[in-house]
Design a protein around this ligand. Structure first.
Ligand code: GDP
Ligand code: MG
Length: 223
């Protein structure tokens, strides 16, 4: 009788991702930098939030960015135009980043000079949630035109999130079914500890609470 223990392939791949995510975390810790993984739908405002955060923290924090995209360097070029170090990862067809891709990117960066590393994940509310990258914090972007029910429809990504940022708050008057309260309540039903911010990036308004959080973050203590 064959007594070899069979581990399903997906389980093995997930385990390898976990191991490499832990190695990434150790490398980030050794270089004393905070890593924030920005996730959300395509077009929600991920790149715009990162751009505005860079502008607001210029001269205060040294920021670098890893840009994940299926194809193109469009977002990376937007970030580079701000004079910030950016590393582009094109995933081909893959709908998320994973820990090995981040490990390869980290090897190419001068980590010792960075305070905060943003990762812009591939625009998607499903795939990125199940891939630990070694980040400290997970931030979900929820833009007003997407409607207030996304946390209920995509609970898995919210369950693992530390922060939700409502973007495009300047458009609230055009979306009467969307209130910040409804979205935040839905998010808190799924993840009671989640921090909540709301910004209107087009007008660069109401960024203060978000910016204060970014400035104050410490490495995440993991249980
Ligand atoms: N009105 C408005 N538009 C925004 C806001 N944030 C982003 N956008 C626009 O939404 C579009 C997609 O933004 P982008 O940051 O590229 O989204 P990403 O795909 O999530 O990175 C762009 O045309 C942005 O100018 C906002 O707060 N208000
Ligand atoms: Mg983008």
């Amino acid at each position: 009788m064959n007594k070899t223990k069979k581990i399903p392939v997906l389980e093995r791949v997930a385990k390898i991702n976990e191991q490499i995510a832990d190695e990434n975390r150790a490398l980030l810790r050794a270089n004393n930098l905070i890593c924030i993984n920005i996730m959300g739908s395509p077009g929600g405002g991920k790149t715009t939030l990162i751009e505005n955060t860079i502008i607001r923290l210029q001269g205060e924090k040294k920021i670098a960015v890893i840009e994940g995209d299926l194809a193109t360097t469009i977002d990376a070029e937007r970030i580079m135009a701000l004079g910030v170090d950016v590393l582009q990862i094109n995933t081909g067809g893959m709908c998320h980043l994973d820990a090995p891709l981040i490990r390869n990117a980290l090897k190419k960066m001068d980590l010792s000079s960075i305070d905060i590393l943003f990762i812009e994940n591939v625009g998607n509310l499903v795939c990125p949630s199940s891939h630990d990258l070694g980040e400290d914090y997970r931030v979900i972007i929820a833009s007003v035109p997407e409607g207030p029910h996304k946390p209920k429809k995509y609970p898995v990504i919210y369950k693992e999130a530390d922060v939700v940022v409502i973007t495009k708050a300047d458009l609230l008057e055009y979306f009467p079914d969307f209130t910040e309260k409804i979205l935040f309540n839905h998010a808190k039903e799924i993840q009671p500890e989640i921090l909540t911010f709301s910004v209107a990036l087009k007008r660069n308004e109401s960024m203060d609470e978000w910016i204060n959080w970014v400035k104050s973050v410490k490495p995440k203590i993991r249980e």
